[in-house]
Write a protein that binds this ligand. Structure first.
Ligand code: UD1
Length: 383
């Protein structure tokens, strides 16, 4: 984030966010000073130490003091449902001291959201309102928001363009639609002040190629790729993967998703953040005065559950067995992005292929069989 309204070229620029791979991408540019704001509900402090280590290792020999400072992350424990705590973060830098925010924090389990909707509305929607209010108070009117393909519900057209009507089915999905709406309304109310981009994630997977940072879900993973990695490393002991339905209208009957490498997704945030600068023209063709836009971040290529199992078999050498069980509540047949707009306007392209994504996931998992709690000396050999 910039202290002034200058283009994003100074390491004093500060950004708050909560995702290790995004922080890595920002730090790699040495143009940002990152403040991580997190309640550590679903993250491990060690991930930030490792990101900072990667950034330090990447510094050139003749790194300036500013470069060195950009490799250090300021980590603040803060609960976004507590407005005073958010104020505390901004107060430290004063009005205009924080240039912009990447807001990734949210609960994201569809099933859970149907059981405790109020918890989801509080954590995902109320927290977003509080954050926007404090950003406004401290003159920080620039936002990159993490949304999800789940806003499309069961989409009428595949691949899915951003112009598709928003019709989320689950409380989780609705929190994303509501938050996007609130942000858009704010941009419409103060069009000369606010700029915001919403990034609709498809299915991110993989890990940084170093194997130092990766996804470390608490408990048993609910998502397909982390679950397959945990099975191969022996952390989940099920002898078979339960495939949720093979009677969908897809080529092999199993659900199709648009999986993209987490490093590509992270790069998308950097592009979006840069697009909030005054020199960017992404808002020139907005339909109204409001400087708000949403972009799909996907690869534009759908993969079925069985294709993913096969790709993980190749990457891990693990002999996956599976059993077809009934459909999972809330699943839709196909979520494949039309990523054309993000490519044209942001310069975004998910370049990593499925093989690389699975290989990087497996590299992370074998180096960290117990996630960030793995003792530094422990190592498991891949098959
Ligand atoms: C899920 C959420 C989505 C959220 C995303 C976050 C649902 C319905 N969707 O996406 O809103 O943004 O996680 O990462 O929860 N599968 C199996 N067996 C398993 C696990 C998964 O067959 O044990 C299948 C699922 O039916 C699905 C595919 O694998 O077709 C991918 O599942 P998952 O990784 O959970 O992602 P989504 O459901 O697409």
């Amino acid at each position: 984030m910039a202290i002034t309204d200058e283009p994003l070229r100074s390491p004093e620029e500060r950004v708050t966010l909560v995702c290790s791979h995004v922080i890595y991408c920002l730090q790699e540019t040495r143009r940002y000073k990152v403040i991580s704001v997190d309640n550590n509900h679903n993250s491990h402090p060690k991930s930030l130490q490792r990101v900072a280590q990667l950034a330090r290792d990447a510094l050139p020999q003749d790194a300036s003091e500013k470069d060195k400072d950009s490799a250090e992350i300021e980590a603040v424990t803060c609960d976004l449902t507590k407005k005073d705590e958010i104020r505390g973060v901004f107060e430290k830098y004063g009005k205009g001291g924080i240039w912009g925010v990447i807001h990734i924090a949210a609960y994201k389990a569809v099933g859970e959201s149907t059981e405790v909707p109020l918890t989801y509305y509080e954590n995902n929607v109320s927290a977003t309102v509080y954050l926007l209010q404090v950003m406004s108070e401290y003159d920080c009117p620039r936002l990159v928001y993490s949304s999800s393909a789940t806003v499309y519900g069961t989409p009428p057209t595949i691949p899915i363009p951003e112009s598709t009507r928003l019709q989320a089915d689950s409380p989780y999905g609705k929190t994303k639609v509501m938050s996007e709406t609130i942000i858009q309304d704010l941009c419409a109310a103060e069009p000369q002040r606010w700029r915001a981009l919403s990034l609709r994630y498809f299915n991110p997977a993989g890990a940084h190629p170093s194997g130092l940072i990766g996804e470390d879900p608490r408990g048993r993973p609910g998502n397909l790729l982390p679950l397959l990695a945990h099975m191969a490393v022996g952390r989940v002991k099920d002898d078979k993967l339960s495939v949720f339905g093979n009677d969908y209208p897809t080529p092999d009957g199993t659900c199709v998703r648009d999986y993209l490498h987490v490093m590509d997704l992270a790069k998308g945030h950097l592009l979006a953040l840069d697009a909030l600068s005054p020199s960017s023209n992404v808002f020139d063709n907005c339909p109204t005065e409001a400087r708000f836009k949403a972009y799909n971040l996907g690869k534009g290529k759908g993969m079925s559950v069985l294709q993913i199992v096969e790709a993980m078999r190749k990457a891990t050498g693990f002999d996956y067995k599976y059993v077809i069980i009934g459909r999972r509540r809330g699943d839709v047949p196909d979520l494949t992005a039309d990523p054309t707009l993000a490519e044209k306007e942001l310069g975004f392209k998910a370049t990593h292929d499925l093989e690389t994504m699975c290989r990087d996931l497996w590299n992370w998992q074998t180096k960290n069989p117990d996630g960030y709690d793995t003792p530094e000396t422990s190592k498991v050999n891949s098959a």
